[in-house]
Design a binder for this molecule. Sequence first.
Ligand code: 5AD
Ligand code: SF4
Length: 472
Amino acid sequence: MSERIELTKSDLAQQEKCMEDVRRMLLERYPNRQPLAFTHSYGCQQNVSDGEKIRGMLAEMGYGFTNQESEADCIIFNTCAVRENAEFRIYGNVGNLKRYKKQNPSLIIGLCGCMMQQEHVAKKIRESYPYVDLIFGTHAAHLLPSMMKKRLEGQKHVEEITPQDGVIVEDMPIRRDGTVKAWLPIMYGCDNFCTYCVVPYVRGRERSRRPERILDEVRQLASQGYKEIMLLGQNVNSYGKGLEEPVDFTQLLRQIDEVEGDFRVRFMTSHPKDCTREMIDTIAQSKKLCHHIHLPVQSGSDRILRLMNRHYDTEKYLGLIEYAKEKIPDLTLSSDIIVGFPGETYEDFCATLDLVRKVEYDFLFTFIYSKRVGTKAAQMDDPVPASEKSKWFRELLSVQSEISQKRCEKLIGSVQQVLVDGPAREGTGRVGGKSGGNITVEFPGDASLTGQMVHVRITEAHNWGVIGERQE
Ligand code: 5AD
Ligand code: SF4
């Protein structure tokens, strides 16, 4: 664990001053209208949450927002490095920005986030996409105001890719994307070094926010009327390590559960190596914690789990699952699975299928292994052709699809508490949302129900979710 550093008051004051300066400079540059920003965050919820802080800073600097790149005066992409196809997509989208810069030479283009934290990516952007104005990594997101200031003062290209991590930035402005569901990071970084994963390299060492800061934010969200809070961390089960007054994840959950208000709480991601029975008991006894656990197994083969450096075997994993099902009868379960890890055989893959059948997950997030520069797995022999991996991948999807359908059938007749997200597919006349178990539930209703928590009696099951009728 690296030393925990909170940004000092003077660092913060410096950025606040830069925000004021930028606001003034933008007023001069755009005397007759408010300049507009377009932002997009790729990848995981942590990134989306970081994106809300970037929007907070932009708003503070005087920008309004648009969802049209073509009318933006500032475009910021918050990038993701977890798999190669995300990176390809981002390079493609950055390539498309060139024409907007041609049309509007004063457009400011910024790239930040996980991809930019990698030196080889920053180099490629510098060389192949010279019209990008700002490049900043995950550890420098809070420096956006000073970078904007330098750019507006005339510096052509501004970069901040400090290798320093361990920084926790509190009290930065935030502009949340929604008014009903909120992301709440409880920790940053990851120390696990799963051999396939780039996250520990781009998000730095694990560090936890102080519990009082988290509880303050929960109270604030509750008073603002948020109905669902998602606690975020790469490995929430190791929350609290390194704090001066140690608090573990279970204790934090109990304290959050005591906060007054009408909201429910989810969290992700749990790591099976640190997930405890005590945490499962806490969910079972709580008032606000949703009865859903996302517990990524990655593989059902002990040999592959060892190669992945996951620090658990299938016996330990299945023991946890069995305990959780016993303690929380209406529990729903989900997982992440990687197909085609280097050296994985069809036999290993079949062990994954076996485990998936044993656990009977409600839903899965499935990925084909993607080689990441700098990780241990990138050095391993990977003889299985992509076409074969795709075949295995499709087999997994079809096995899970049957299980999802079966799990949804079990919900028929039950009444679920649904937080409505908005209208379902056009032409259905239904609205859709998520149950406490995170299952998609649709029912006849109109858009005015968006953001409300309603009771729905389930009548019909599919492999994507369930349909029901509202109970008044
Ligand atoms: N290739 C494929 N999937 C990956 N994940 C992380 N790194 C890789 C990779 N290199 C998946 C894991 C993780 C999820 C967020 O992304 O399943 O749990
Ligand atoms: Fe990546 Fe493993 Fe850390 Fe998750 S726990 S972010 S998979 S290294």
